[in-house]
Design a protein around this ligand. Structure first.
Ligand SMILES: [Zn+2]
Length: 350
């Protein structure tokens, strides 16, 4: 549950309603003053009701005036100066959308309920939409004048938007380049450690080779003194950080990784070459969790051979993927990442 304060302005309220609102702010000042003065000199009971109040305001406004004056009054005299905001409790105002898609707020005043369009700027779109959808609770409404503009404010309580679409981001590690990531959408921005980063990539693979030669297979991970191992670890930190930053630009991102734990025999992942990539995945998972980004693991079978568009098995030839069945052409590692993004995953934690 989140609680968001919404403040905005009314769109061009008509002259007649501005005059009425203005009048109400003055009546409210008199009314609240009369209440606190009455409590002060004991001429009013603290149980005063709208029946005791003699002014033309709707009783919803009178009720809120009593509540406000009570909370203002602490056995000490109060001098209300200036216009007092028009306020009504949550049950006595409305918000809805008109036929021409304006969002209007309605509240009672003196002669009538007034329904007036408000400006829905970007920063209040989400809570306002939650209210319009009936998925949120609102609090009391305040309406006041500032210069030439009429403002309103209220608080919205709602469950954070989980119904916004998730964006699965497929992440392919180490097939050709170290990291390739993309949503299932060839026109969205992709993430590929390649191209202008050739040097970085070469250094990574050279470190990887040296490390494996020196220490042999899995034992490399336990050789903490190993300089090459440290180098790879540093690069994994950098890479995972950049990847999580990349993923965070999408709406409700879900990072999908290949499940390398239960790798099949004969897979290119089988054997000793995978520990730097296990580590890279672990760092990605850990950093994603810290940023509140979900991570899932998916079946890795044929992710680099399958065409992400028609699902035919094609195999790959270098860094370019070309499907003879449907004609799809993409960087091979991004095609693999697309396949990964499409697969159902199991949630995982670091
Ligand atoms: Zn295809």
């Amino acid at each position: 549950m989140v609680e968001v304060s919404v403040e905005t302005t009314f769109r061009n309220p008509s002259r007649s309603r501005r005059q009425e609102w203005q009048r109400a702010t003055h009546i409210l000042r008199e009314c609240k003053q009369w209440l606190v003065d009455g409590w002060e000199d004991d001429s009013l009971a603290s149980s005063v009701t709208t029946g005791d109040i003699d002014n033309p305001l709707y009783s919803a406004l009178q009720n809120q005036a009593i509540r406000n004056a009570k909370s203002d009054y602490a056995d000490e005299s109060i001098e209300y100066t200036g216009e007092q905001p028009i306020e009504v409790n949550n049950q006595n105002w409305e918000i809805h959308t008109t036929e021409n898609d304006s969002v209007v707020i309605g509240f009672p005043c003196i002669s009538d309920w007034w329904y007036t369009p408000i400006h829905v700027h970007e920063s209040i779109e989400e809570p306002v939409q939650a209210l319009l959808d009936g998925d949120a609770e609102k609090t009391k409404l305040s309406v006041w004048r500032e210069g030439g503009d009429w403002h309103c404010s209220f608080t919205v309580e709602y469950d954070e938007q989980q119904d916004g679409e998730e964006t699965p981001i497929g992440v392919d590690v180490g097939h050709n380049y170290i990291l390739a990531a993309t949503p299932d959408n060839a026109s969205a921005e992709s993430f590929l450690v390649s191209g202008k980063e050739h040097k970085f990539v070469r250094r990574y693979y050279r470190s990887l080779r040296d490390s494996l030669q020196e220490t042999g297979a899995h034992r490399a991970r336990t050789r903490v003194g190993n300089k090459e191992y440290r180098r790879i670890q540093d690069m994994n930190h950098t890479l995972s950080k950049r990847l999580v930053e990349y993923a965070s630009q999408f709406e409700n991102p879900v990072i999908k990784l290949e499940d390398l734990e239960n790798i099949r025999d004969g897979s290119e992942w089988n054997g000793v070459h995978s520990w730097p990539f296990y580590e890279l995945q672990q760092f990605i998972t850990y950093k994603a969790e810290k940023e509140g980004v979900c991570v899932e693991k998916v079946d890795p079978e044929n992710t680099s051979q399958e065409c992400s568009q028609c699902d035919e098995l094609v195999g790959r030839d270098g860094s370019k993927f070309e499907c003879p069945h449907c004609g799809y052409v993409r960087h091979a590692d991004l095609n693999a990442a697309e396949n990964i993004s499409q697969r159902e995953g199991d949630p995982c934690t670091a």
